[in-house]
Design a protein around this ligand. Structure first.
Ligand SMILES: NC(=O)c1ccc[n+]([C@@H]2O[C@H](COP(=O)([O-])OP(=O)(O)OC[C@H]3O[C@@H](n4cnc5c(N)ncnc54)[C@H](O)[C@@H]3O)[C@@H](O)[C@H]2O)c1
Length: 254
C-alpha cells in the first residue's frame, strides 16, 4: 500500500528540478499525477515516465490553469493534491537598484499570481471532495534576507508564504490543508554551473548551511510527499522549512 494510493495530484513545473523529482516520488507512492508545464518535451517525458498525464500549461494564464485542474478531475475522477511549484529566478531580477518594472512584474506573475490562480481553481475541486492538500513552493528567502538580492523573487516568495498561511486557516475545517514549502538552495544543474565557474560564490553560501551542502531535489520531493499524504494530517498553514538548518543557524560547524 502506497501512502498516496487512489489520490490524484497535479504538479506545476513538473518538467524539471524539484517538480520532476516530486512527480516521480508522488507516483512511486501511488498517486495518479498530472504534470502542468510550459516545457512540452520535459513535461511530456515526466508524465510518460509515471504513466500520468501532461497538460501544457502556462501558470500565468487563468484559462490554462482552469483547464489543468479540470483535466485532472475529468480524467482521474477528482483532485486530492495540488503542488503549485512552477517558478522562475531570472538574472534581470537583481538588486532593487538595478531591477526594472518589467522584470519585477514578470517574476510576480510567474511566482505569485500563478499560485493565486492555482489555489483558486484547485480548492474548488477539493471542497467538492471534502478533502485536499495544497503545497505551494515558497523558499527560505521568504523568511531570511540576503545581501545577494533578487528583490522580486524574494517578495514573491513572501507573498506565497502569507497567502498559503491564510488559505490554510480559511479552509481548515473543510478538510483542506494548505502549506508553504520552503526549500533551501537545491543542487540543480543551473546552480552547479554557476558555482563551478565561481567557487567563491558557492563558498559564500555554503558557509551558512549547517548541513554543509545544498539539498538534492529528491530530498525536497520527500517533504512534498509527506505534506501530500495523511501522515501530515495535523499540519496546515505552516511555513515548512526544508533548508538544511539555514533558517535556524547563527554560527555553523567548521
Ligand atoms: N532550486 C532552488 O535552489 C530553489 C530553492 C527554493 C525554492 N525554489 C523554488 O522551487 C520551485 C522549482 O524550482 P526548480 O529549481 O526545480 O526550478 P526548475 O527551473 O528546474 O523548474 C521549474 C519548472 O517550472 C516551469 N515553468 C517556468 N515558468 C512556467 C510557467 N509560466 N508556467 C508553467 N511552468 C513554468 C519550467 O519550465 C520548469 O520545468 C520554484 O518555485 C523555485 O522558486 C527553488
Amino acid at each position: 500500500m502506497g501512502r498516496l494510493d487512489g489520490r490524484v495530484a497535479v504538479v506545476t513545473g513538473g518538467a524539471s528540478g524539484i517538480g520532476l523529482a516530486s512527480v516521480r516520488r508522488l507516483a512511486a507512492e501511488g498517486a495518479r499525477v498530472v504534470v502542468g508545464d510550459v516545457d512540452v518535451d520535459g513535461g511530456g517525458a515526466a508524465a510518460a515516465e509515471v504513466d500520468g498525464l501532461f497538460v501544457r500549461t502556462d501558470v500565468t494564464e487563468e484559462a490554462e490553469v482552469v483547464a489543468l485542474f479540470q483535466t485532472a478531475v475529468d480524467r482521474f475522477g477528482g483532485l486530492d493534491v495540488a503542488f503549485n511549484n512552477a517558478g522562475i529566478s531570472p538574472p534581470e531580477d537583481d538588486s532593487i537598484l538595478e531591477t526594472g518594472p518589467d522584470a519585477w512584474h514578470r517574476v510576480q506573475q510567474v511566482n505569485l499570481t500563478s499560485v493565486y490562480l492555482c489555489c483558486k481553481h484547485a480548492i474548488g475541486h477539493m471542497r467538492a471532495r471534502g478533502r485536499g492538500s495544497v503545497i505551494n513552493t515558497a523558499s527560505f528567502v521568504a523568511v531570511m534576507g540576503a545581501a545577494t538580492s533578487q528583490i522580486s523573487y524574494t517578495a514573491s516568495k513572501g507573498g506565497v508564504l502569507a497567502m498559503s498561511r491564510e488559505l490554510g486557516v480559511q479552509f481548515a475545517r473543510e478538510g483542506i490543508r494548505v502549506n508553504a514549502l520552503c526549500p533551501g538552495p537545491v543542487n540543480t544543474p543551473l546552480l552547479q554551473e554557476l558555482f563551478a565557474k565561481d567557487p567563491e560564490r558557492a563558498a559564500r553560501r555554503l558557509v551558512h548551511i549547517p548541513l554543509g551542502r545544498f539539498a538534492e531535489p529528491e530530498e525536497i520531493a520527500a517533504a512534498v510527499a509527506f505534506l501530500a499524504s495523511d501522515d501530515s494530517s495535523f499540519i496546515t498553514a505552516s511555513s515548512f522549512m526544508v533548508d538544511g538548518g539555514i533558517s535556524g543557524a547563527y554560527v555553523t560547524p567548521l
